[in-house]
Design a protein around this ligand. Structure first.
Ligand SMILES: Nc1ncnc2c1ncn2[C@@H]1O[C@H](COP(=O)(O)OP(=O)(O)OP(=O)(O)O)[C@@H](O)[C@H]1O
Length: 265
């Protein structure tokens, strides 16, 4: 087991997610690429795990394994109680770097799409979509079309869509990477509010070290070449978090810890 992970893993009897020595190799023809080696971490219900690291270190691969899109080639992946209490299609919501809204559907109709695909009752889904749009600050935008919304607003709609089927786990792959710096900071604040209100478990992939520390209840640091998990720790910063926390010594110490792991000191 990775020593850093061992230090940070908790003693709770049943985390929602437990990855132990997970390894993934991509095979194309005769070539093999080690995407991740030895990722070990626990995620408890209600955690917000930030996964940070440079391009190509395997962050998206970890998300794809959690989403059930890829199998691991080694180690163990356990989600839920292991007795069918967790079904990826039903219990995972995803948010990508681009909002990927269907331009011919209204925002409300975009938000209810996963519920339609899963065959959930539509009346309840429409009511839930209204509540979720309210929660992400788009209470007045349900009848609009995606082109009428800013990038940040579209990404909020994508977050509402990821929550429509009441998933246990929300996976976010660099969701604010395409936004300008100021909108991104605002979305970070929104993100923390949404996480706390929704009481869901989030895994949030980012290249942004400050973003990872600001948002996370826990942080996993992945490094490239070879791809491996270098660190996993709990972030003991108080909630609610405001932007000025970034000027605190504790915040700076966490950032330095990540810099150190990434060889950027
Ligand atoms: N389908 C695939 N086939 C072969 N190699 C792949 C495939 N997907 C990813 N890889 C390789 O696996 C490694 C990890 O990729 P991954 O997308 O998980 O990294 P990442 O940290 O999310 O990168 P980025 O931050 O640039 O999105 C990279 O070297 C990538 O080229």
């Amino acid at each position: 087991m990775n020593t850093a992970a061992q230090t940070a893993s908790r003693t709770d009897a049943s985390p929602l997610i437990r990855l132990q020595n997970v390894r993934k190799v991509y095979r194309t023809g005769r070539t093999e690429a080690l995407a991740i080696s030895d990722v070990t971490l626990d995620i408890n219900e209600g955690d917000l795990l930030s996964v940070v690291g440079p391009s190509g270190c395997g962050k998206t691969t970890v998300l794809k394994i959690l989403a059930g899109l890829h199998d691991a080639d080694g180690g163990t992946v356990s989600i839920g109680d292991g007795h069918g209490s967790f079904v990826e299609g039903r219990d995972v919501g995803m948010v990508f770097q681009q909002p990927l809204l269907l331009k011919w559907r209204t925002i409300s109709d975009n938000v209810i799409l996963p519920a339609q695909i899963l065959g959930l009752p539509m009346k309840a889904a429409r009511e839930r979509a209204r509540d979720l749009l309210q929660m992400v600050g788009l209470g007045q935008a349900g009848d609009k079309y995606p082109f009428e919304l800013s990038g940040g607003m579209q990404q909020r709609a994508a977050i509402a869509r990821a929550l429509i089927h009441d998933p246990k786990l929300v996976l976010m792959d660099e969701p604010f990477g395409a936004l300008d710096a100021i909108t991104r900071e605002k979305m970070n604040l929104e993100m923390l509010r949404i996480w706390q209100e929704s009481r869901k478990t989030f895994v949030f992939v980012t290249h942004g070290i400050q973003e990872a520390i600001f948002l996370g209840s826990h942080c996993a640091v992945l490094t490239a070449g070879p791809a491996r998990m270098a660190d996993f720790f709990r972030i003991d910063l108080p909630h609610p978090r405001h932007l000025d926390i970034k000027t605190s010594t504790t915040f700076g110490d966490y950032v330095k810890r990540v810099y150190r792991q990434l060889g950027m000191e």
